[in-house]
Design a protein around this ligand. Structure first.
Ligand code: ZN
Length: 225
């Protein structure tokens, strides 16, 4: 099969799978996704393959998925997981817009604040990925522990160095997942709203377990009323 045929096959598979993936998310997380996006394939100039989701309810042609395809369909579970990740972005982008606070989808000129945005954004994405992939297949992939967080602000700032880019990504995806999991597990949509509205500040980065327990306490109080 040619590369083009493989990509067409994967694209049509994902198109068929989308309604089911969305209903799994709605059922498991108690959320409501807005509409079913279009799936389309675009070969990139650098030779990679990408699949895009075009959000139908958005006036802009927002790119939500950028999946590098493998050269066969063996990794379909991973691809489906990546689709969930992007649908997590779609949901949180919609929620952010509806509550009038889209800051985590903007760039902050302050490096540490930008990292706080990325932790929440990618953490939510990976929550959708890990929680919904069959048999929790990828859930423990990272083995990320609270003791793996950088220890002080200097340590966080050093992540701006190009040579630390991989660790920075690891933190955003796997650390982000660990950070948001108890919050979304406990409070679903409201937990996501809290994270979008209160992403970790530079000060919070120094003690993220404390940030998480602060979030849980705050949500617990508002939910008792
Ligand atoms: Zn992402």
């Amino acid at each position: 099969m040619s590369r083009y045929q493989i990509c067409r096959k994967v694209t049509s598979h994902l198109t068929r799978a989308l309604p089911l993936l969305i209903s799994e998310e709605e059922h498991k997380f108690g959320i409501k996704q807005q509409g079913i996006p279009d799936v389309y394939y675009v070969p990139l100039e650098n030779g990679a393959d990408a699949i895009y989701l075009r959000n139908q309810d958005s006036s802009i042609d927002r790119i939500l998925v950028n999946i590098k395809l493998c050269d066969d369909t063996k990794n379909l579970d991973y691809l489906i997981g990546s689709m969930h990740h992007e649908l997590g972005h779609k949901y949180s982008f919609w929620l952010a817009k509806s509550i009038g606070n889209q800051k985590i989808f903007t760039r902050s000129p302050v490096f540490e604040e930008d990292l706080g945005f990325a932790l929440v954004r990618e953490g939510i994405g990976h929550y959708f990925f890990f929680e919904l992939t069959k048999n929790g297949k990828y859930k423990n992939m990272s083995g990320f522990k609270d003791s793996d967080w950088p220890k002080d602000l200097e340590d966080w700032r050093s992540l701006a160095e190009p040579k630390r880019e991989n660790f920075r990504k690891h933190l955003c995806y796997f650390g982000g997942y660990r950070l948001v999991k108890p919050i979304i597990d406990g409070y679903g949509r409201d937990g996501i709203e809290y994270l979008i509205s209160n992403p970790p500040t530079s000060k919070d980065l120094i003690d993220l377990p404390f940030y998480r327990s602060k979030a849980l306490t705050c949500l617990h109080k508002t939910h008792r009323k």
